[in-house]
Design a protein around this ligand. Sequence first.
Ligand code: ZN
Ligand code: ZN
Length: 523
Amino acid sequence: MLNKANQHWGDRVVDKILEDPVPENHTLRIATGITPSGQIHIGNLREVVTADVIYRILQERGKKAELIYIADDFDPLRKVYPFLDPQKYQPFVGRPLSEIPCPCDKHSNYAEHFLEPFLRSMDLLKIHLKIFRSSDLYKNGQYNEVIAQSLDARDKIAEILFRITGKEIDQYWSPFVPICESCGAMTQAKVISWIREEKIIKYSCGQCNHTGFMHIQGNGKLTWRIDWPARWSFLGVDIEPMGKDHGSKGGSYDTGKEIVNRVFKKTPPFPIIYEWIRLEGMGDMSSSKGNVIAIEDALKVVPPDILRYLIIKATPKQRITFEPVKQLLAVFDEVDNEQAKRRDQRAIDLSQASDFKPIGIPFDHLINVVQIAAGDPAEVKKILQRGGYKIADSSLGALEERCVFALNWLEHFAPQEARFSVAQGLPESVESFSPQQRKILGILSDILKNMLTKEIDVTAEEIHRAFYEAAKEDTELTVKDVFQAFYLALINKNSGPRAGWFIKTVGIDFVQKRLSQASGLEK
Ligand SMILES: [Zn+2]
Ligand SMILES: [Zn+2]
């Protein structure tokens, strides 16, 4: 028997879900939903990845399961976000996203503009979603019955909302918000009366003062706190991950539970509440704040398996901070290196998405190597082999792919100090070296020359120690000065990758000649 505490969170959640017996032929429906009001980012990814973990484990256990995604494209545009052209979008505030033109003019509407790259990324992440668009569900009549039930139970719902949230409910408040047929606004109309037999409402618009009658089908929507339990009811949702805002006390899950029981006579889904993903130094990711990394962009730098692992390894209650330098490189190695300390094998198994093959080369090392090789994969292979890495022919493809990720990392995420290129000739800055600096580089060059004549292989540590030995030769220079002169001569920068490893990677003979030139001994 496995110790529960050591079990992966996904296994524990599924144990809990299956405590209630599942009827023989029932397919467990797991629902996810994101409003495509802006770039769908890696913060949003937690919703679908969490659901996918549960989906995969249910399948492992022989249960029938289905993963659905509801794009809330019938939600109104709340405001002109910072990434939108104010002139173009101001007139569309309050209108359904599915009825607003897209920012690039290439998609059928605003929502599709953001959905298209998201759905493409889902394929790469091997998350198979059955997709619903709320605009379709409203327009094709699937919502009709629950809208009618909600309008019938208007007072009961108002009582529930007031009691649980403590918010005063206006006498004109309605669970259903019509879209004014005159001005198109969704958020400003009041429902005056409800004619159940014909499924027609009478409303008056707060924006243009129009008063009219309309059929409920496709002409308006339920407000969020009713919409959610309504869709649990007619879509038969059994399990749903949700952000902590929805899952908090008095949040929409609290009110939804009671509404689904008392108004729609169904049971609420099993909730999985998750924490946000923060962007290091920039707070919780939010498309309205603009501090996001789109899933599509992240996948250029991080293979799908590793992006999944980053989320799957943490329990839903743990806050994840996306930090693209140290943390990301560490996560790369956890997945790539079977010996890595913090590696979580169960999380890796649940993260399978592509034919990700471990190649056993630390990603930070590869980042240095691709720069030394100026991006040429054949040269990368040579350098790696010189450094003692064994590269089987069968992993050449994986290595080439990894080089592309390394180059993309350099382009998108690398801090200035991680970028360098080995200068083809002696950099000009060498001309201003002091006599001491030249002397030190000469000493360093001699030590390296000595190493080259040795039969045995010199380690990176041994090379690194040579800098400290050289520094002892001159009391006027610090070790820091020695390193600085070295980096200037090689990459024309004051600092760079760890010297011993760097020299081993570039080649001792190459470095020795360069230092000898820089010292002025050789022209
Ligand atoms: Zn577009
Ligand atoms: Zn109006």
